[in-house]
Design a binder for this molecule. Structure first.
Ligand code: PEP
Ligand code: MG
Length: 328
């Protein structure tokens, strides 16, 4: 298998009929970088910046953040690195922010992710400053978690401009033009407003984990309802389709970075819906690439069309299984 993997690493992720797919990775910890490179990652589609805030009682300084991001950006040697601003609250905890997050009955619907950043401005500004400073060392993109409205994106964009101006006055080098600012599509309202969000976003990243949780009102970590959690639910698929079409119309890139992007089973469906970039845990990259290289893009498009006509989750799963059994 070692030989097969190293051979696969050098081969492009291209379907049998020539459709090229971008293979990106999700990183939770800097030390996963080596594995990502060994797997042949073409960029980081999602850097979960939470690692900087976990297992400690104080907040990371701006300099410390720059150091951590810079190591990853330099390690990727010119490939783009998408840094997501802090996504704590909900199922993700940070001891230093516990007081500010408070105790709440519905943490997943509460002060989380970008909501926290917009409330605790210095926190978000320090992170934006760190990302902008990192942009001097290689291509970076800024990704905003749990966006649910246009105004949130506009506010962050304004902060990016202000922070950039401040850094410039201090003579600090940054990318010019400034890094792209994109949003996670992981709240149903954001998916439904994708046309409008595309006007203020440079790219989309579909967070199918949270999109499934919020669309179906099923806690992603709750065992008692785990059997009901299914990204193949037609409502979830329709939201992904809606956002994808909006992105394609607006000519902005859209990737999927939830768990489904790292499962070969979903490849025909996501490609068939028009997704051209997949971001996944490094360990999943080889088998997803292998799956892409074995399928026919046109057939995947037909499979997706057939699936999008269905209203029964079980039937959708069966159609996808049939397609995968046929084409392997
Ligand atoms: C998602 O929600 O699908 C996602 C990629 O983000 P996270 O899993 O970090 O919430
Ligand atoms: Mg998420």
């Amino acid at each position: 298998t070692e030989r097969i993997l190293s051979r696969l690493k050098k081969l492009p992720a291209v379907t049998r009929d020539g459709q090229r797919i971008g293979m990106l990775v999700n990183l939770e910890l800097p030390r996963e970088l080596d594995m990502a490179l060994a797997a042949g990652a073409e960029g980081v589609g999602l850097l979960r910046s939470e690692f900087l805030y976990m297992n400690r009682v104080d907040l990371p300084s701006e300099d410390e953040q720059v150091e951590a991001y810079r190591a990853i950006v330099e390690g990727m040697e010119g490939r783009p690195v998408t840094i997501r601003t802090l996504d704590v609250g909900g199922d993700k905890l940070a001891p230093s922010l516990r007081d500010r997050l408070g105790d709440t009955a519905n943490p997943a619907l509460g002060l989380r992710a970008i909501r926290l950043g917009l409330q605790e401005r210095p926190l978000l500004e320090a992170q934006i400053a760190a990302i902008l400073r990192t942009s001097a060392f290689g291509p970076v993109r800024i990704l905003l978690p749990m966006i649910s409205s246009l105004s949130e994106v506009k506010q962050v964009r304004e902060i990016v401009l202000q922070v950039a101006k401040r850094l410039k006055r201090r003579g600090i080098k940054m990318a010019d033009p400034l890094p792209p600012v994109g949003v996670m599509i992981e709240v149903p309202g954001a998916a439904l407003a994708a046309d409008a969000l595309a006007q203020v976003s440079d790219f989309f990243a579909v967070g199918s984990n949270d999109l499934t949780q919020y669309t179906l009102a099923i806690d992603r970590g709750e065992e008692q309802v785990a059997h009901l959690y299914n990204p193949l639910h037609p409502a979830v698929l329709r939201l992904i389709q809606f956002a994808t079409e909006a992105a394609l119309r607006a000519r902005i890139p859209i990737s999927v970075c939830g768990e489904i992007a790292g499962d070969p089973k979903f490849v025909p469906l996501l490609l068939g819906l028009g997704i051209q970039d997949l971001s996944m845990a490094p360990v999943n990259l080889p088998r997803v690439k292998q799956r892409i290289r074995n399928i026919d893009y046109l057939a995947a498009t037909r499979c997706a069309r057939l699936i999008m006509d269905q209203w029964d989750t079980g039937r959708i799963a069966m159609l996808l299984d049939d397609f995968n059994a046929l084409a392997v």
